[in-house]
Design a protein around this ligand. Structure first.
Ligand code: TXA
Ligand code: MG
Length: 314
């Protein structure tokens, strides 16, 4: 069984088995090394947050081996199809998620879109094919550290706790360019390894940048986020008249993120419960969530969901 050390191509079958069993595996891409988890398994994806010490749920990029795999997960408009000619390559397309795709809503952070790409590294695609799963993968570094471009950097960053597939040094060291594609409208959400001008030339039209460019705002702050139409009141001790309760821990009857007070369970339920309550509730009172471990990311998302409506991208 592979351990948290460096592995070569001959270990791909075993690394794929780990991914299928819900474990993390770091893998090479042409941009940076990714910290991969089965994108259809919420508990596996939550391990990414725990390992990175990431304080907020941003939507994660889903990596697939080929176009056929992408087509099972997202809808392609004619424009999206044109842009997919850059695949394999350092371009992520944010496209409507197919309802039957089975992508965890921890990956999409509750959105109905998926950021998806085919990495231009043969070992990455081999691993994805062997696992037969789409892989959610942010850069394989602890939160706040530099993105790794070698297997050794990944091993050091996670103190050898995560197995790493060694594919040599990453070509670019800069993350993929991210484009939102809505029908024929294309907006750059994050500047990255593939220059905007090159993409614009290929599709024969200019590409607008999102209001705040990645070069100015912190990456991740750019992502549109899920906002229920109901208003949210956080850190509520009890529901007021007209409010629908969303609890945490033992106590009050009603919807509960985790009756036993388990943060991983709460994270897993967060988006689906908000979606469900939002069908009928106009005001939702949410119990206090401890601000430790995954609680930080849960509270971050709750605060954003509670914030007054803002444009989709900001
Ligand atoms: O080069 C890369 O893209 C690397 C390698 C490992 O592939 N991956 C990477 O992934 O940078 P990640 O998960 O850190 O990128 C997440 C960013 C989010 O912060 C957000 O800006 C954007 O991707 N994103 C992903 N899905 C999105 C969605 N559905 N809507 C809007 N933005 C999305
Ligand atoms: Mg990163």
């Amino acid at each position: 069984m592979p351990t948290g050390a460096v592995h070569d191509r001959s270990d791909i079958a075993e690394l794929a088995a780990l991914l299928r069993a819900g474990e993390l595996v770091a893998f090479p891409t042409e941009t940076v090394y990714g910290l991969g988890a089965d994108a259809t398994n919420s508990d596996a994806v939550l391990k990414i947050y725990e390992a990175k010490g990431r304080p907020r749920f941003n939507p994660l990029i889903v990596h697939v081996a080929d176009l056929a795999m992408a087509e099972r997960l997202v809808e392609f408009s004619p424009m999206a199809r044109k842009l997919a000619r850059f695949w394999p390559g350092p371009l992520t397309l944010v496209l409507p998620r197919r309802p039957d795709a089975g992508i965890s809503d921890i990956v999409t952070a509750g959105l109905d879109t998926v950021g998806i790409r085919i990495p231009d590294h043969p070992l990455a695609r081999e691993l994805i094919r062997a696992a037969d799963r789409p892989l959610a993968a942010p850069s394989a570094n602890r939160s706040g550290k530099l993105s790794p471009t070698t297997a050794d950097q990944v091993v050091k960053g996670f103190q050898g706790l995560v197995p790493v597939l060694d594919g040599g040094a990453s070509q670019s060291g800069v993350e993929s360019t991210i484009l939102a594609v809505e029908g024929e409208t294309v907006t750059q959400l994050r500047a990255g390894a593939l220059p905007r001008a090159e993409i614009a030339a290929a599709i024969g039209r200019p590409i607008a940048q999102a209001a705040h460019d990645a070069r100015i705002a912190a990456p991740g702050m750019l992502a549109s986020h899920y906002a229920p139409s109901a208003t949210l009141r956080l850190d509520a001790e009890y529901p007021e008249p007209g409010e629908t309760w969303l609890g945490f821990g033992p106590g009050r009857a009603g919807a509960n993120l985790s009756p036993k007070g388990d943060l991983r369970e709460a994270a897993r339920n967060l988006f689906s419960m908000l979606h469900e309550l939002d069908e009928s509730a106009t005001r939702i009172a949410v119990a206090p969530i401890p601000h430790t471990g995954l609680g930080e990311a849960i509270n971050d998302r709750l605060r954003r969901a509670a914030a007054p409506r803002t444009p989709a991208v900001h």
